[in-house]
Design a protein around this ligand. Structure first.
Ligand code: ADE
Length: 232
């Protein structure tokens, strides 16, 4: 039976999902509340992990170890790295990698984690297809697929944005997806990342992010609910 783990970094990204859940209980582990119940009839566990890679990875592992989830989705906002992706648009990951993981001095490619057999952690195709269809239903004509670049940085500068694009070929950047992807990959759990664009990760990002964060987060929550419905 499918049991979906849903991770968002911030309150805004999970609050409407948690309020929409039925039969819910909450258990606190490592300082985060894990809400277990149903969403659109599907067994789910929703957690706000906090910002950044460590918070994201530890909550993903807790979902796997203590809540026995079978599938994992990361939902939230992201900065656009591609001119085709406008504010409010949706991105479903093909894969995810780090833009701030650097062991190049020892001969590794930018982003490569030593010991891992992939540079970018691949998303599950079936789950991604379902997420894409749900995103298209919520925001027709504004859903894209592509690589997600993750790092412990809010990207708000044109030069930095261009360097990330050159190193990763990603279409959007955020601060948790890659760590969730790596955790899922190491545990053999199918995952997908679903992000809504809140800013363009350039010099306008500091202004745009606070303005569009709530709209983008709402889009994500709508898509996640529809995905849960279709996974039943
Ligand atoms: N999440 C939303 N926008 C972002 C940005 N510009 N950089 C990193 N994470 C983000």
């Amino acid at each position: 039976m499918t049991k979906l783990g849903i991770i968002g970094a911030m309150e805004l990204e999970v609050e409407s999902l948690i309020s929409a859940m039925g039969d819910k209980t909450c258990r606190t582990v490592a300082g985060s509340g894990f809400y277990e119940g149903t969403l659109e009839g599907l067994p789910v566990v929703v957690v706000r992990c906090g910002v950044g890679k460590v918070n994201a990875a530890l909550c993903a592992q807790i979902l796997i170890d203590r809540f026995s989830i079978t599938h994992l989705v990361n939902t939230g906002v992201a900065g656009s790295l591609n001119a085709k992706l406008d504010i409010g648009d949706l991105v479903i990951s093909t894969d995810a990698m780090y833009h701030d993981f650097t062991v190049e001095q020892l001969g590794y490619a930018p982003g490569q984690v030593p010991g891992m057999d992939v540079l970018a952690f691949p998303a599950d195709e079936a789950l991604s297809n379902l997420a894409f269809a749900a995103a298209e239903a919520v925001n027709p004509g504004h859903t894209h697929r592509g690589r997600v670049a993750t790092g412990d940085q809010f990207v708000a500068e044109k030069g930095k944005k261009e360097a990330i694009i050159a190193a990763t070929g990603a279409v959007c950047t955020e601060m948790e997806g890659g760590a969730i992807a790596q955790t899922a990959y190491r545990n053999g759990i199918p995952f997908a990342i679903l992000r809504a664009i809140s800013d363009k990760a350039d010099d306008s990002a500091e202004m745009d992010y606070p303005t569009f964060e709530a709209i983008a987060a709402r889009h994500c929550a709508q898509v996640t609910s529809l995905l849960a419905k279709r996974l039943c």
